[in-house]
Design a protein around this ligand. Structure first.
Ligand SMILES: [Ca+2]
Ligand SMILES: [Cu+2]
Length: 379
């Protein structure tokens, strides 16, 4: 089984570090599955007051919005076990802990190119990837004394997935991710790519800042990480995926992921090498499409691998909004926000990040060819 190292995470700050040879944490995001040594995978069975049955669907009726909530579905409030549900879980998914969230509206699908175009047309907004990286701002995020990267790196750019023609060692994602001048939401795969016929595809190459700007304009906000996970579970208790526990490649197609050998050969069994239209695969129990696979989705929260430990308590925690400050041991100087849901580059044998509990992080200025977002709105 090939080891697959994909996804990633790098904004200008991470790139500056890489370009100047400081270190390459920016390329290490999706790592192999492994069971954390200190916490047994079944620990959630001990969580007080929570049903342990896995994949049991609660009675849920899909409730679509209208007017200001058109295109959204109602996510009823409730209490659930947040975190690890399988032996593929990583340390940052532990401990599984009780979380209560109030009800909210959520976009039924990822924000599309057509929707984002409307926002840009109305506001003249310029996304992060369309602006020249600001070295003065980047300097605040990198270790003191980091030299300024060459001018050739500090141009409006974004990260494009560029598969090699054959197998390559999987220890260096620079072999398939390219910092590409002219790549942005209008040109997701580089300057020669476009959005013709892709109105209903998810907008990508948007930073966290871009996503927040869109959400404000739309009268919405980004979901908290807890809201996102509760919604992704779609009314199922302790299931691994939005559809239950059946592996992603078993049975009928359920999500857009990577099939074949990464990063050079994608069998496209699900029909897509890149992103898919936002409603291409069946919705989960709440009527949410593609909470697993397709593109990563930004959440509001800062990322911290130990956050669950800090909020875990017998009575549970209500409407958690994430830690006050972020920390990523792989890149301690770069603040990062949470991303959820996995992407078309995630593969079951490696990262399996389309699991509902899987967590990802990227600096708020990062745009990627496989990352977008969706919004929520209070009652
Ligand atoms: Ca695919
Ligand atoms: Cu992945």
């Amino acid at each position: 089984m090939p080891m697959i190292r994909l996804t990633l995470l790098a904004g200008p700050a991470s790139l500056a570090l890489a370009a100047t040879g400081i270190f390459f944490g920016w390329l290490s995001a999706c790592q192999p599955n492994r069971t954390p040594p200190e916490t047994p995978a079944a620990s959630h069975h001990e969580m007080p007051g929570h049903p342990v049955a896995s994949g049991v669907r609660q009675a849920v009726q899909i409730k679509p919005g209208s007017g200001p909530t058109a295109g959204m579905v109602w996510i009823p409030g409730g209490t659930f076990g947040m975190g690890a549900d399988s032996d593929q879980a990583r340390p940052d998914e532990y401990p599984k802990h009780a979380v209560t969230v109030d009800g909210f509206w959520m976009d039924a699908h990822e924000v599309t190119n057509a929707q984002f175009r409307e926002f840009v047309a109305a506001t003249g907004y310029l996304t992060t990837a369309e602006r020249k990286p600001d070295w003065e701002a980047i300097k605040q995020q990198v270790p003191a004394g980091t030299p300024q990267p060459p001018d050739s790196v500090l141009v409006a750019s974004s990260l494009v997935f560029t598969p090699p023609s054959g197998p390559v060692p999987l220890d260096n994602a620079a072999q398939w991710w390219r910092w590409t001048a002219g790549a942005n939401w209008r040109h997701p795969d580089g300057p020669n790519s476009g959005l013709d016929g892709k109105d209903n595809w998810p907008v990508v190459q948007v930073s966290w800042d871009d996503a927040v700007a869109y959400a404000r304009w739309a009268g919405k906000r980004l979901p908290t990480e807890a809201e996102w996970e509760w919604a992704a579970r779609g009314g199922l208790d302790n299931a691994v995926y939005p559809w239950g526990n059946e592996p992603v490649d078993a049975g009928r197609e359920k999500a857009n992921s990577w099939q074949g050998e990464f990063p050079h050969h994608n069998t496209q069994r699900d029909g897509y090498a890149g992103a898919a239209p936002v409603k291409r695969f069946p919705a989960n129990g709440y009527g949410l499409y593609q909470m697993a696979g397709n593109v990563w989705e930004w959440c509001a929260d800062w990322y911290h691998p130990d956050y669950y430990r800090t909020v875990n308590q017998p009575g549970g925690v209500r409407n958690p909004t994430g830690p006050d400050r972020s920390y990523d041991p792989q890149e301690p100087t770069v603040p990062k926000r949470v991303q959820r849901g996995g992407s078309f580059l995630c593969h079951d044998s490696y990262c399996s990040r389309y699991r509902v509990a899987a967590r990802m992080k990227a600096s708020p200025d990062t745009g990627l060819a496989h990352a977008g977002f969706r919004c929520v709105k209070g009652q």
